[in-house]
Design a protein around this ligand. Structure first.
Ligand code: SF4
Length: 282
């Protein structure tokens, strides 16, 4: 049962410039996300105090997003659109409202290439559009063990995501897996990584991986969970996850080795740039 509050709101524009690798624009039909993952750093990017305080239970619905998207598409140069960069575009409310669906129809009509990221099998509803090409779909798979239930309390199960991934891939849709965020002692074990890499191999998906990003509020949100996994883990995590740490180098090496072994194309979510190791060293 859902206890989220939905607030209808108007947006000024639908497409915003994206700084994410490979994306020209970001499109998020909703602000806030009912999946309420403990590790989510979107609240810190949105600059909305109420949303951050009630992440997972307050959703703002951009009721005019499709109209604004049409205006944007008439004016903007064609470029890759990331759908769901700070929200899940297929969170539960989408089944009733179809805002994401309407946006995808427009993007398809204007021939913009689209990259969707989700945790929900609801994306299969839009298979008729996705089959037409110019769309790729990424599923986030964080953990296939019990940790997923605590970390992603209201998201569809990893099993459901894997099934949906297989369905899309078998229909010829280009698919990828987002493996992350990697959290020390939670989902960095060989069994978990190997299971997810094998899923990528069997569906011919590429794989993008990332470590936990410690944006403001993330460690606080995870603290109780981490302390239950291992006493003092919350204190150790920032050091373990710095880009130059031996721990992260080892985990990256493990993922890359598994991918080579399984013939999976993989890359980090944020490829290092010169001097970036300093900047990202939390
Ligand atoms: S599904 Fe994505 S956007 Fe939604 S809470 Fe989880 S990490 Fe954040």
């Amino acid at each position: 049962m859902s206890f989220a509050e939905y607030v209808w709101t108007l947006c000024q524009r639908a497409l915003s410039p994206s700084g994410l690798p490979g994306l020209s624009y970001a499109l998020n039909p909703y602000q806030g996300c009912e999946h309420g993952c403990l590790y989510c750093y979107s609240p810190s990017l949105l600059g909305d105090k109420a949303l951050a305080q009630r992440w997972g239970s307050l959703i703002r619905v951009k009721e005019n997003v499709a109209e604004k998207l049409q205006e944007d598409l008439r004016k903007k140069r064609r470029g890759q659109v990331g759908v769901g960069t700070v929200t899940d575009p297929y969170q539960p409310l989408e089944a009733r409202l179809g805002l994401t669906r309407r946006c995808l129809e427009l993007l398809s009509a204007y021939r913009f290439p689209v990259s969707i990221q989700t945790k929900s099998p609801l994306v299969l509803r839009d298979l008729d559009l996705l089959r037409q090409g110019r769309f790729d779909v990424g599923f986030t798979l964080t953990a296939v063990n019990e940790s997923a239930r605590s970390l992603e309390p209201k998201a569809p199960s990893p099993e459901a995501r894997l099934q949906a991934l297989e369905s899309l891939a078998s229909e010829g849709v280009e698919t990828w897996i987002f493996l992350g965020p990697i959290i020390p002692f939670v989902n960095d074990d060989e069994a978990n990584l190997s299971c997810i890499v094998k899923a990528a191999a069997s569906t011919k998906s590429s794989l993008i991986y990332d470590r936990l990003r410690l944006h403001p509020g993330v460690l606080e949100s995870l603290r109780v969970f981490l302390e239950e996994v291992k006493p003092s883990l919350a204190e150790q995590v920032p050091r373990l996850l710095s880009t130059r740490s031996a721990y992260w180098r080892e985990v990256e090496g493990k993922i890359q080795k598994l991918c080579r072994w399984e013939g999976v194309r993989c890359e980090p979510a944020f490829p290092p740039r010169p001097r970036e190791s300093k900047l990202l060293n939390y």
